[in-house]
Design a protein around this ligand. Structure first.
Ligand SMILES: Cc1ncc(COP(=O)(O)O)c(C=O)c1O
Length: 375
């Protein structure tokens, strides 16, 4: 008889740890006996609530919850297809773009495969590779926190399936330009797939910031494959809804539907996401508020001598002042009612990632920094 444990899991999981999200507001409030909920600047969220119109649509779906949702997110894919002028059978919707990545991993990765990604970069790419038994090959960012694009091309082997490029990168908030992306994409061999993760796309309106969907439309057969990932979690202010999507060649999308959980997107989520796509005004308004507040924080950081990486989206990678490590700064800000993210798990012992909040929240952050660092 086999001595196998009934709970044995695949060996690939041995070195993996569950994803560590930022600590919940309620936990910090209770632990430090704070008078009001702490300011959470830890997860690159939009600090503004989504537009009120969406609430009604969400509630309207309540009476239909006795029915399964549309398993293929038909109307949402149709709306996305119209918005981007890309065939709807080349669009896959997931519970966050994380789930689209998960489907890509299940469909494409196995032991013997490699993925290439920056270090530090969004950690989920590596986790997806590891869970499938594939090998993540990491390429250190340059000293000024840019992707080392040449080294990433050099790291590609015949076993490489994905090259992961979040643009802008998380946690650095730096982006690569249209020209850089053109050269990079052209240099990738045609057997690998560029995962262009544009989670923060709607925050950026610089002229030299590339639109991945244009690259997808102009791609030729002799080039590398391309998947463009976007999400409702950031600029659309809907991370609690869990919905994101990938645009790709329909032949790849067909394969992802084989591994996508059935009914993965709830009824209220599909209905709200369709409506959210029309909320251009909210998008422009919140982007402007967030970017102008980010500029204010940049000035305030400069005046305090806090170094930071020039940001492009709704978060800033900053250096802990003086002798403080990132972990120490994070811990010291908690009793002040401010939650930021230490980047020590990413190997950046001196850096923290701070999401831009509302003006009042940013003011609380600055006062807390003054208290803690004696500015
Ligand atoms: C670069 C990047 N990609 C993807 C995601 C995941 O987004 P979603 O909420 O759509 O799963 C994040 C979330 O922080 C991110 O920073």
């Amino acid at each position: 008889m086999s001595k196998r444990s009934p709970y044995e899991v695949r060996p690939a999981l041995a070195g993996l740890h569950p994803y560590e999200p930022g600590r919940p507001i309620e936990e910090i409030e209770a632990k430090y006996g704070l008078d009001s909920p702490p300011v959470k600047l830890a997860s690159n969220e939009n600090p503004y609530s989504p537009p009120e119109q969406l609430k009604e649509i969400y509630c309207q779906e309540f009476s239909q919850l006795n029915r399964y949702p549309d398993g293929g997110s038909y109307y949402l894919r149709e709306a996305l297809s119209e918005k981007y002028d890309w065939p709807m059978d080349g669009i896959v919707v997931g519970a966050g773009s994380d789930e689209v990545l998960d489907c890509l991993a299940k469909a494409m990765l196995e032991p013997g495969c490699e993925i290439v990604c920056g270090d530090p970069s969004f950690v989920i790419y590596q986790m997806d590779a590891l869970k499938m038994g594939a090998r993540p090959v990491t390429v250190k960012l340059t000293r000024d926190f840019q992707f080392d694009l040449e080294a990433m091309v050099d790291a590609v082997t015949e076993n490489t399936r994905w090259v992961c490029l979040p643009n802008p990168n998380n946690p650095t908030a730096r982006y690569i330009t249209t020209t850089q992306l053109e050269e990079f994409f052209a240099a990738l061999p045609s057997h690998c797939l560029l995962l262009l993760d544009e989670a923060y796309f709607e925050f950026i309106d610089s002229e030299d910031y590339p639109d991945g969907i244009e690259f997808l439309k102009n791609r030729t057969e002799d080039q590398a494959g391309l998947v463009v990932l976007r999400t409702f979690s950031k600029a659309y202010a809907l991370p609690g809804l869990r919905v994101g999507y990938g645009l790709m060649e329909p032949r790849l999308a067909r394969e992802l539907h084989k591994v996508r959980p059935p009914f993965n997107i709830t009824r209220p989520t599909q209905a709200v996401a369709v409506e959210a796509l029309k909320q251009e005004e909210f998008l422009a308004w919140s982007r402007e508020k967030i970017i102008s507040e980010r500029r204010r924080l940049e000035v305030e950081f400069e005046s305090r001598g806090i170094d930071f990486v020039q940001p492009s989206a709704n978060f800033i990678l900053a250096e802990a002042p003086g002798d403080l490590t990132a972990d120490e700064l994070f811990e010291k800000l908690l009793p002040e009612g401010v939650i930021i993210r230490s980047m020590s798990p990413y190997g950046l012992e001196k850096h923290v990632r701070i999401t831009v909040g509302k003006p009042i929240e940013n003011q609380i952050l600055l006062s807390a920094l003054d208290n803690v660092c004696g500015f």
